[in-house]
Design a protein around this ligand. Structure first.
Ligand code: ZN
Length: 94
């Protein structure tokens, strides 16, 4: 892909936007974008401020990377139901 270099937030944003049907935990986003996990956390938390575009909620990672519940970020077209309480849970965790 020739083109201008993207910033890390752009990489994460573009990655999630092209993965419409699934969510990814921060670890999986790091693996797939090469962006440092801590930075992914910051970026994904920021994306979650735009609930019309992204969801970020505690659940087991759809990628099956772990059985633990993690914060999973997805662009807003996944078919899974969006739990209305996710936002308040997030505020507790963040
Ligand atoms: Zn994962």
């Amino acid at each position: 892909m020739a083109g201008a270099q993207s910033t890390n937030p752009e990489k994460v944003y573009a990655f999630l936007k092209t993965q419409e049907s699934r969510g990814y935990c921060d670890d999986c986003i790091e693996k797939r974008t090469g962006v440092d996990r801590h930075e992914v956390n910051t970026i994904a938390s920021t994306l979650a401020l735009f609930p019309r575009e992204f969801t970020r909620s505690p659940q087991t990672c759809p990628q099956g990377c772990s059985s633990r519940v993690k914060l999973v970020t997805a662009s807003k077209w996944p078919l899974r139901a969006i739990r209305p309480q996710a936002a308040s849970e997030l505020q507790c965790l963040y």
